[in-house]
Design a binder for this molecule. Structure first.
Ligand SMILES: [Zn+2]
Length: 146
């Protein structure tokens, strides 16, 4: 359930855990509102509920790429570990299943996880630094306010 938003677009600060959970659900980490993506790969310019600026400078989402890479590489390492354990127990274990699973993880997971990595990164960013006035306090009149 989204946090209540005042008429000026201000939102009570949520806990880090709550912001991360909102990010993991592809929701706005600040207010919990859904519908912040225009498409699977593109964010709205601002959150429709709290008006937090979502589209940032090009290098802002580098952290999201790192999260996406870490999740993908972590799952690849897990698949490889399972294969190593199986081949240790049974040297005749085929390599084909791990290659198929590894290929699917490598090609499909980064695409599926892309929006989640962005909202999780936004949650981490929000936890580390407050929302600058020009990024999230735009009221209904369309101007930043104190
Ligand atoms: Zn929001």
């Amino acid at each position: 359930m989204p946090a209540p938003v005042s008429r000026r677009g201000t939102v009570a600060k949520a806990s880090v855990t709550r912001m991360l959970l909102r990010g993991m659900a592809r929701h706005c980490p600040r207010c919990g509102s859904g519908g912040i993506f225009a498409s699977w790969f593109r964010l709205q310019e601002r959150c429709p509920s709290c008006r937090l600026r979502l589209e940032r400078e090009n290098d802002f989402f580098l952290g999201g790429y790192v999260i996406n890479l870490a999740v993908t590489e972590g799952l690849l390492a897990l698949a490889l570990m399972i294969y190593v354990l199986r081949i240790t127990a049974d040297p005749g274990t085929s390599l084909v299943p791990v290659l198929v699973v590894g290929g699917i993880i490598s090609l499909v997971l980064p695409v599926l996880f892309f929006p989640f990595s962005r909202t999780i990164w936004m949650a981490i960013d929000l936890a580390m630094r407050p929302v600058p006035r020009d990024e999230g306090e735009e009221g209904p009149a369309g101007r930043g306010q104190a």
